[in-house]
Design a protein around this ligand. Structure first.
Ligand SMILES: [Zn+2]
Length: 263
């Protein structure tokens, strides 16, 4: 019997922000892991949501809404680049082909980096909320100068190396002004060990969200100043555009960042 597959693709007309010529971008608004090849690309293809202009060859980072469905692991992960954008239950029901999704773990992310991060975490054996605590703790250790340079919005968890092993993850701090440049820190066994207790709950492995006072337990993470491992994660020169946003690129998330820490 064929597996249910809600994958849905679409062609979007794009006006290149570099040369202003029009082109067509082939993308997806629903990605279902029943489509094994495509779900593999979500994990491994960092260019999946880039449009290459056929006229000037500029590489454009596309921002669009996309729902990731894993029916086996019961996951629904939304990429919603604009927090003001509404998502209805009906959209989810239609994509899923089922009236109920109460048994699913649901997440939403604002950037492709975060979206991929959530998928990697949820498909590994760890509680993704643990990684949120690790990220929160690590970010607090940055100097204000580094926080300005490495905005929280662009900070995510990714594979530590090209083996794409979900047991080997890393914190990735993307630089604001040098697109594609990032500081990468491996999440070590020790780090997972010291943060494990935050979620230990005898009755269930889904414990309530801890409060910020636990953040001291993640102080083992080096800040970018202490161990500089620079790695190139994404194509060096990229621009960002939303499909249909034919007149500007100003709505793009990576460039719309401000210093997020206290002044
Ligand atoms: Zn162009």
């Amino acid at each position: 019997m064929a597996k249910k597959n809600g994958t849905h693709d679409l062609d979007v007309t794009i006006q290149c922000p570099a040369c202003h010529e029009y082109g067509v971008f082939h993308t997806w608004d629903v990605i279902d892991t029943a489509d094994a090849k495509l779900s593999e690309r979500v994990h491994f293809d960092e260019n999946l949501f880039f449009y290459t202009c056929p006229h000037c060859h500029a590489k454009i980072h596309m921002e669009s809404k996309c729902l990731y469905i894993d029916r086996d692991k019961k996951l629904l992960v939304w990429h919603i680049p604009d927090p003001k954008e509404r998502v209805t239950s009906k959209e989810v029901q239609d994509a899923l082909g089922s009236p109920s999704f109460t048994t699913y773990t649901c997440r939403a992310a604002l950037t492709w980096g975060e979206w991929r991060e959530k998928i990697i975490e949820l498909e590994s054996s760890y509680d993704d909320r643990l990684y949120e605590i690790i990220k929160y703790g690590a970010y607090q250790l940055l100097s204000q100068e580094d926080k300005d340079r490495l905005p929280l919005e662009a900070y995510h968890i990714d594979y530590a190396d090209d083996s794409h092993d979900s047991d080997k993850l890393a914190l990735v701090f993307m630089q604001k002004d040098a697109k594609g440049m990032a500081y990468v820190y491996p999440i070590t066994e020790h780090l997972k060990e010291v943060t494990k207790d935050i979620f230990s709950c005898p009755s269930s492995n889904r414990s309530p969200m801890p409060t910020a006072r636990h953040s001291s337990t993640v102080s083992a993470i080096p800040g970018p100043g202490s161990s500089r491992r620079t790695s190139l994660r994404l194509p060096k020169k990229t621009r960002t555009a939303k499909p249909m946003a034919t007149s500007s690129v100003s709505g793009s998330r990576p460039s719309a960042t401000k210093s997020s820490g206290p002044k």
